[in-house]
Design a protein around this ligand. Structure first.
Ligand code: ATP
Ligand code: MG
Length: 293
């Protein structure tokens, strides 16, 4: 049964039951195989509301503007937000039992948002969630993008563990706010990455400052948290993103600010994309068949 059909027949409780003990879709996922060029970037945070989805969306658009083939999986099946932020309104199409993801701003995406109403709760847990994430990877025509970004739900729960199992060569970017006190929480995401053997590659600080009309910068959420976390994890601070009303507006109406390179915020995302693509380029691809345990 295809993902589309399955989701449209959503009888959640019975499907959880049906899925129990069924090793559904445990085969290799396309990005798992050796020599695939795709870099998988997991965007994570310790707590909610720090801007993961905004960063995922705008980084994806900025990477696409650099000429990359980019895809995004919205792995926040409960609090999906990527379709709205990217401005995708049409659902995926179905070809030969596979889903072809819709795209906007040069970025292809799949999300629970295409299968559930925004005002209806998604109540899946454990096995059903694992199955849905697997289907996002295996029942969708992704080809071989240069980058696959995955927007994780807040915290350190089942989703990250499932994804780590499917995509062990993923790289993680941790989003945090400048509050030094938030560091301990942000560190949990990195701790979890370590537990599931995923490499943290960098920290992105969001909501770093606000520039008022008089040109004065206000550090509303404190200062130094991103750098402190990066130092603690021994990874670079990839970028600092200011609070900008147009970023929020763009997220709400599907006009990501990274699409316009002439603005200050557009240029900031362009630089973050450059750092991710060039400075954080993996020095060697891990070849699964060569891995010695
Ligand atoms: N730099 C910013 N400037 C202005 N608004 C921002 C900025 N970053 C995020 N926002 C706004 O803050 C809200 C939360 O951001 P977002 O949804 O990206 O966070 P999240 O970490 O994905 O949240 P959740 O944990 O709920 O998934 C959104 O309304 C977004 O538009
Ligand atoms: Mg989010």
């Amino acid at each position: 049964m295809t993902l589309a059909v399955e989701f449209s027949l959503m009888n959640q409780e019975s499907q959880i039951e049906e899925n129990k003990g069924t090793p559904h879709g445990e085969g290799p996922v396309p990005f798992f195989e050796a020599n695939v060029k795709t870099r998988v970037l997991l965007v994570a945070s310790g707590k909610g509301g720090v801007g993961k989805s905004s960063v995922t969306t705008n980084l994806a658009v900025a990477l696409s503007k650099r000429g990359n083939d980019v895809a995004v999986i919205d792995a926040d099946v409960w609090g999906f937000s990527i379709p709205r932020m990217l401005g995708i309104t049409e659902p995926p199409s179905v070809v030969d039992d596979m889903l072809v993801p819709p795209s906007a701003h040069g970025v292809r995406s799949i999300s629970m948002g295409f299968f559930a109403d925004e005002d209806q709760p998604v109540i899946w847990r454990g096995p059903m969630l694992h199955k849905a994430l697997n289907q996002f990877l295996t029942d969708v025509v992704w080809d071989e993008p240069d980058f696959l970004l995955i927007d994780l739900p807040p915290g350190t729960g089942d989703t990250a563990i499932s994804i780590a199992g499917f995509l062990p060569d993923s790289e993680m970017l941790v989003v945090t706010t400048p509050q030094v006190a938030a560091q301990a929480v942000a560190q949990r995401a990195a701790f979890m990455a370590g537990k599931v053997d995923i490499e943290v590659r960098g920290v992105i600080e969001n909501m770093s400052w606000f520039t008022a009309d008089d040109g004065q910068r206000y550090e509303l959420f404190g200062a130094g948290g991103g750098k402190a976390l990066a130092d603690k994890l021994g990874v670079p601070l990839v970028g600092q993103i200011p609070l900008v009303p147009t970023l929020r507006e763009g997220s709400d109406n599907g006009n990501p600010v990274a699409a316009d390179l002439s603005t200050e915020i557009g240029a900031i995302f362009a630089e973050i994309a450059r750092v991710v693509e060039e400075d954080l380029k993996p020095s060697k691809r891990r070849h699964r068949e060569l891995k010695i345990n």
